[in-house]
Design a binder for this molecule. Structure first.
Ligand code: AVJ
Ligand code: FE
Length: 439
């Protein structure tokens, strides 16, 4: 895809700006003590994320792309995610909140100047403005991380957003048949796709059925009420060990109150809404639910085929609805709302086969380990993806309500440990097609 350089510059500038507006919101809605505090050992202090965003931007855009002198080489090590695990970050010599705000603004001012002049071709990092797109995505990824920190934080609500629109009342089939055959997984043409989404390659995916929508709280509650958390039959061995060790009984943030389930969401406690996709479940919980339901999690290839394959043309689309960038009619993205929309929402965002809410709302656990595609090459740094490949991490697809538009597409791959549930994770289930019915 060749794009007009002025249009690319505009896109890069607006992606960087959108990320920064969100970063500012997330780091100015609480007082300094809440920026410095560690709200969970799983997370960094918010002020670490803030300066880390600026430091990555300084390293890639100011120094590497712009060829400028380093602004704060003295802080590189403090904001290196590999040198310091999250739990240890509060004890680092972090920039104070006002210094961190000043630092990221200083870097950004210089970067916008570089963006105006940089050639957007001639080197892999420059082509189509890749480095600028990568850094806008990086900031949005940390914005999602900071929103997770806000969800873990105790205290009164500081964030507000309008409610998502109600779901249309059309009757949907519970599942959709995806016909067997080859499809193109990954991308060769998406200009800001990250290394692990490449290269594009053909995959043969046999027929399967996949849920039309993510699994709802109501459906998940039936698993709880059927004794799902008390029966080792449904659980992978390590999952069952987690259930026992932590006496798990429900998704994270749920609490039993007499006859009903309540959950805490960004400082507000409310009854669990039955029509909303289930959120804050581990891979083990998703896997156990699927087994209880007589089903399984989709593989990553199945998920991507359901989301991108157009049976009419045989082509893989950028998004389930086509090739246009997401609008508010297509998907619940970008922290526009502070929750997933009810299952069955966003008919304009459905796939050619009628699968809904693949993009946005909740990250969807897949059955797959995080592995490189055939022909993978780390770019531009091994620590983005390559060091995580193996059987330790499971892939999540589709993005949550907290994912920035620039950081989400049909090929995007996220990954996390199967025990994690503070992330905005849900799932949908699948099953093999009946071989007799679809020979
Ligand atoms: C792709 C979401 C797993 O947050 O750990 C941020 C993204 N990489 N900074 C993460 C990332 C470096 C990454 N995930
Ligand atoms: Fe980072």
């Amino acid at each position: 895809m060749t794009l007009d350089p002025e249009l690319l510059r505009e896109r890069a500038a607006s992606a960087l700006l959108a990320a920064r507006d969100r970063t500012r919101l997330l780091t100015t809605c609480v007082e300094d003590p809440d920026l410095i505090a560690q709200h969970s050992p799983l997370m960094s202090p918010l002020v670490w994320d803030l300066a880390h965003i600026g430091n990555q931007e300084e390293q890639w855009l100011l120094r590497t792309v712009g060829g400028r002198d380093a602004l704060r080489p003295d802080i590189d090590s403090v904001y290196d995610a590999f040198e310091h695990p999250r739990a240890t970050r509060p004890s680092l010599p972090l920039l104070a909140p006002d210094e961190a705000h000043g630092y990221v603004a200083d870097v950004r001012g210089r970067v916008l100047d570089i963006l105006e002049r940089a050639p957007l071709h001639g080197a892999p990092l420059l082509d189509s403005g890749f480095a600028f797109g990568m850094i806008a995505q990086h900031e949005q990824q940390h914005d999602e991380t900071m929103l997770i920190t806000h969800q873990l934080r105790h205290g009164p609500a500081v964030l507000t957003a309008p409610e998502p629109p109600p779901a249309p009342d059309d009757i949907l089939p519970a599942e959709v048949l995806v016909p067997g055959g080859p499809f193109t997984m990954g991308t060769a043409t998406e200009p800001w796709a990250l290394d692990n989404e490449r290269p594009a390659h053909r995959r043969l995916v046999p027929s399967f059925l996949i849920d039309t929508t993510p699994v709802s709280n109501g459906a998940y509650q039936r698993f709880i009420e059927a004794g799902g958390y008390e029966d080792p039959r449904w659980w992978a061995a390590e999952g069952w060990a987690q259930v026992q060790k932590h006496t798990l009984r429900a998704p994270l943030f749920w609490k039993r109150d007499g006859g009903q389930w309540l959950r805490r969401r960004f400082g507000v406690t409310e009854p669990v809404p039955p029509d909303e996709p289930v959120l804050h479940v581990s891979w083990y919980e998703a896997d156990a639910y699927a087994r209880w339901a007589g089903r399984r999690l989709p593989s990553e290839a199945e998920w991507e085929k359901a989301a991108r394959h157009d049976p009419a043309t045989g082509r893989a689309r950028r998004f389930p609805w086509g090739d246009e960038d997401p609008t508010p009619a297509h998907a619940n993205l970008g922290q526009r709302h502070l929750r997933p929309a009810p299952v069955g929402s966003y008919p304009d965002g459905q796939s050619p086969l009628g699968v809904r809410q693949l993009i946005g709302d909740v990250w969807e656990w897949t059955a797959s380990d995080f592995l490189p595609y055939p022909g993978f090459a780390a770019f531009p740094y091994r620590e983005y993806s390559e060091v995580f490949f193996g059987d330790e991490y499971k892939v999540l697809r589709g993005g949550s309500f907290a994912v920035g538009e620039v950081a989400c597409r049909g090929t995007f791959r996220n990954w996390d440990l199967p025990v994690r549930r503070q992330i905005f994770s849900g799932f949908r289930t699948a099953r093999d097609a009946d071989p007799a019915a679809h020979a």
